[in-house]
Design a protein around this ligand. Structure first.
Ligand SMILES: O=C(O)c1ccc(O)c(O)c1
Ligand SMILES: [Mg+2]
Length: 628
């Protein structure tokens, strides 16, 4: 598989774009003409610069408003094409993209267009160049790849072929199976882009909202299956017009792009086993069996505060690490680890962020295979020297430089607690009925959300839910759920657009993205609330107005409303069941715990309650003495 990306997809000047594209592992690059025009080097220098990066130029584009023109426009279009052919030869590329004409002067008629392309093909052939025709979704006469193919077929010239672009086909909901009948060698290049499903003008949607395959909602994998079935095996080239990417980090957007192509083709290979698809071998997406632990890095003072907060939630100190300053606090299947080591990654995470949940451990079937897939998709692996008697736990770097460890039952990894920890004799005394980690919420800048969405969904067998807007009194926070089908892994990514929201403040105060809250599941929220109260635990005080509305909205029995109000429990309901939520006060730089009960298969996350929870947390932050 040959990977390519259009320069337009990445921010920076041409030099920065190329460096990022090469570093991410692409084989080639499409030169988007404006990126070349804005650059002050000659075509030969640009071509050399690209080859010096080990890249080839897969395509020069776009050439606009060519076909179907009446005179005198027609003659001028051919003159223009000759000038661009000169440029392509100086750059060192043999393929040009002609996108379908949008000019009001253009005329339709398949044969007229085919005749123009036949003549262009003859001119290209004299110079050993090729021309591909792409149907823009908003083309004046040609806006469907099936019509573009008919023009190419009738042009009947070996130097004229078809260019497919997933966006134009999928945005118009054209049946992708129509691609299967096109001879693969007549497709000169395939451009790929995804996009979120939003109802807007096609041109505006295409120019501002495209994103990497897997980041949006279009069936790009189905499109690629059809392309593979057609026998096409040339470059797969990302062409992503995206306002956010234009201002983003060239390096991380290029890495995301490369990852998206590998993950896409891995998926296509698995669904088309009879087609030879040249993508590096890797294990299939990994099923996560559960969150085994969450680990905090803290100073001794903060560790004490955290330990007492945990105690009020029913977590005793269950065990101590045999050689390190690390304690384990267990309740049900929840393992909270508190690390106060003065060296290693936990310490650097502490120095960087303050007290922080910098690591989590996931239970998987095969930890080594998990790291293998992550590595194949360009994730950074993590290894820390193991002390005597310690296990080397396979791991990768995640959000904010944190770590994701993998534990399996295949090896000693499944016995990590017994091997590395000394359990105290005293049994747990203060159980509050918490049974498992329901979800882990990571807060990040809005611009990072697609990166981590792609990271999680490409490595793990998870899916994304539609993004929801959460209203903070100081601005919007976007919330993106990523979850496994059976709920064994549930993550919420919260993207902050400014520093005044609770999420934005957290990023600013803790110097970057990290876990902002951890939600534990209980089977009886009222029992848990009572146990917490007995332990002297505070809960987040919710506005009484909220409960009046709740009763009206859901028609709740007055005594249930009263019980919810008395315990500061938030409530939600979907078509299956009910959801109850309870929050701890803030800890450290704005971290908090949540306790939830899902009844009868409730699937959501209580998004409707988020504004009221946030307002309450902001009130609490504004009250000196109440912030832990
Ligand atoms: O938006 C455009 O004009 C445009 C140009 C060239 C392409 O390949 C494309 O997909 C869109
Ligand atoms: Mg295109």
């Amino acid at each position: 598989m040959k990977t390519s990306i259009a320069t337009v997809s990445i921010s920076g000047d041409l030099r920065e774009k190329l460096a990022a594209i090469a570093a991410a592992g692409f084989d080639g690059v499409e030169i988007f003409e404006n990126d070349f025009l804005a650059f002050d080097g000659s075509p030969a220098e640009v071509g050399q610069m690209i080859r010096d990066h080990g890249l080839e130029i897969t395509l020069f584009q776009p050439f606009r408003d060519f076909e179907g023109m009446p005179e005198p426009y027609r003659a001028r279009a051919f003159d223009r094409a000759e000038r661009k052919f000169d440029l392509m030869q100086e750059l060192g590329t043999d393929l040009m993209l002609v996108c379908s004409n949008v000019s009001p002067h253009s005329l339709g008629g398949i044969d007229r267009l085919a005749d123009d392309f036949r003549e262009l093909g003859e001119r290209a052939e004299r110079r050993n160049l090729r021309v591909g025709y792409e149907a823009l979704a908003w083309g004046a006469h040609i806006n469907d790849h099936r019509d573009a193919w008919e023009v190419v077929r009738r042009a009947d010239h070996p130097n004229i072929g078809l260019i497919l672009d997933s966006f134009h086909t999928l945005a118009r909901r054209i049946d992708v199976n129509s691609i299967r009948a096109i001879p693969g060698d007549r497709i000169f290049i395939v451009q790929l882009a995804d996009a979120p499903l939003v109802d807007m003008d096609l041109l505006f949607w295409s120019r501002h909202f495209r994103n990497m395959p897997g980041e949006g909602d279009l069936p790009v994998a189905d499109f690629m299956r059809a392309v593979a079935a057609a026998g096409y095996d040339g470059p797969l080239s990302l062409e992503i017009f995206n306002d956010q990417f234009r201002g983003g980090s060239p390096k991380s957007i290029a890495i995301d792009g490369h990852r998206s192509l590998l993950a896409l083709m891995d998926q296509v290979r698995r669904s088309e086993p009879n087609i030879a698809i040249d993508v590096p071998p890797m294990p299939d997406r990994i099923r996560v069996e559960g969150v085994e632990f969450v680990e905090f890095a803290a100073s001794e003072r903060e560790a004490q505060q955290l330990t007492s907060l945990l105690k009020t939630m029913g977590f005793d100190e269950t065990a101590r690490h045999r050689t390190k300053d690390v304690t384990l606090h267990r309740q049900g299947a929840i393992n909270v680890v508190v690390n106060t080591e003065k060296e290693g990654l936990a310490h650097s995470a502490y120095v960087m962020h303050g007290a922080t949940a910098y690591a989590m451990g996931l239970r998987v079937e095969d930890a080594a295979a998990t790291v293998e897939r992550a590595r194949a998709l360009g994730a950074q692996t993590f290894e820390q020297p193991a002390g005597p008697g310690e296990l080397v736990i396979p791991a990768i770097r995640g959000v904010g430089g944190g770590v994701i460890y993998f534990l399996d039952g295949k090896s000693d990894l499944g016995r990590v607690w017994e091997i590395e920890f000394e359990f105290s004799e005293a049994g747990t005394s203060s159980d509050a009925g918490l049974v498992s980690v329901d979800h882990v919420a990571q807060t990040m800048n809005y611009e990072e959300m697609l990166t981590w969405l792609l990271f999680y969904t490409s490595i793990f067998r998870t899916r994304k839910l539609p993004m929801v807007d959460v209203i903070d009194p100081a601005g919007l926070v976007r919330s993106q759920v990523i979850e496994s089908d059976d709920g064994t892994l549930r993550l919420t990514l919260n993207g902050a657009e400014n520093r005044r929201t609770l999420a934005g403040r957290f990023i600013a105060e803790s110097f970057g993205s990290s876990v902002q809250h951890l939600a534990f599941a209980t089977r009886d929220i009222f029992k848990t609330a009572a146990a917490l109260k007995d332990q002297g635990s505070q809960t987040l005080a919710i506005s009484p107005n909220y409960y009046d509305d709740l009763q009206a909205r859901f028609g709740l029995a007055p005594d249930l409303t009263e019980r919810l109000r008395a315990a500061n429990i938030l409530y939600d309901r979907d078509d299956r069941g009910e959801y109850f939520q309870l929050y701890s006060p803030n800890y450290g730089e704005g971290f908090f715990f949540e306790i939830v009960e899902r009844r009868d298969g409730y699937k959501g996350y209580g998004a409707a309650n988020a504004p009221f929870r946030i307002a309450a947390q902001k009130r609490m932050l504004g009250t000196p003495g109440l912030v832990a």
